[in-house]
Write a protein that binds this ligand. Structure first.
Ligand SMILES: [Zn+2]
Length: 280
């Protein structure tokens, strides 16, 4: 069988030609944050990794202790990351009125840090924690102080935080977590969970509706750095196609949205977004 070769390989010029004069909504995933040092655990070069499920988190106390121990370490690291050229390019496009807004699957808040204003954090944000009993939300920073109080020598025992492998949800991979003491809700004693949408959980309906409205408000959808593996992101590509809007996907590696894309560009996210911001 002959290998399948496309008639022409799309270039950034093709993307510019398609998007020029159009108002865009961006959908971003882990691939836009890899240049900020946050590994993309679905990227082509990443080790296989089993994401935590909501059911594991709420159903297993030992798992939860392990989770919070690793999160306590990983949070210190994610907290110190900075936006890269890709994030900044989207800020420029928004300032010039070309970009309607950003729907992001990332929980790292780097779009907000860069200065983007209209951002929907589809899967939540790492800097907040919610009580599953009374629904009160507290800052992750406040929880960090409480966890340090409950586990006074834990962070020192880990060593250099730079050496600890971290994932997008601030989940650091470390060995010994058996003696870690997690914190309960200080108001009702209930179970705390990062305000992040995990596998097995749904994105809150109101947030999904806002994201659909953001796609509707633009003329085209620009997907940057997402493999669109989960339906929570792919549905916006389907929605754009259904409403006759062109879809451009910029990603290294295949995505689930490729068959639906008007143009799929195999390229680095930061440099492509920078070029679009320069030339659109
Ligand atoms: Zn509570």
């Amino acid at each position: 069988m002959l290998p399948e070769t496309p008639a022409t390989t799309p270039t950034t010029d093709d993307v510019l030609h398609l998007l020029r004069g159009k108002r865009l909504t961006a959908l971003t995933g882990a691939g836009i944050s890899t240049d900020s040092g946050i590994p993309d655990y679905r990227g082509p070069d990443s080790p296989p990794r089993n994401p935590m499920t909501y059911q594991q988190f709420v159903g297993d106390e030992a798992f939860r202790r392990h989770y919070w121990a690793r999160n306590h370490v990983g949070w210190q690291r994610v907290h110190r990351t900075h936006p890269n050229g890709g994030h900044k390019a989207l800020v420029r496009l928004e300032e010039r009125g070309i970009l309607e807004g950003i729907i992001t699957q990332n929980v790292d808040l780097l779009h907000e840090d860069a200065g983007s204003r209209n951002v929907i954090d589809l899967h939540g944000r790492y800097d907040r924690v919610i009580c599953l009993s009374c629904a009160r939300v507290v800052s992750r920073e406040h929880l960090a102080d409480r966890l340090t109080e409950l586990n006074p020598h834990f962070l020192e025992s880990i060593g250099d935080l730079e050496d600890v492998e971290t994932a997008p949800d601030a989940d650091a991979v470390i060995e010994s977590t058996a003696h870690f003491v997690p914190a309960a809700c200080e108001f009702c004693g209930g179970m705390l969970k990062p305000e992040i949408v995990y596998f097995g959980e749904n994105v809150p309906r109101e947030r999904v509706e806002r994201a659909y409205a953001m796609v509707d408000a633009a003329d085209a959808l620009l997907v940057a750095g997402s493999s669109l593996t989960v339906m929570s992101g792919l549905r916006f590509v389907k929605h754009a196609v259904k409403t006759d809007k062109p879809v451009v996907i910029v990603n290294r590696g295949a995505t689930r949205g490729d068959p639906l894309a008007t143009i799929k560009l195999e390229a680095g996210v930061s440099e492509t977004l920078e070029e679009l911001a320069d030339r659109l």
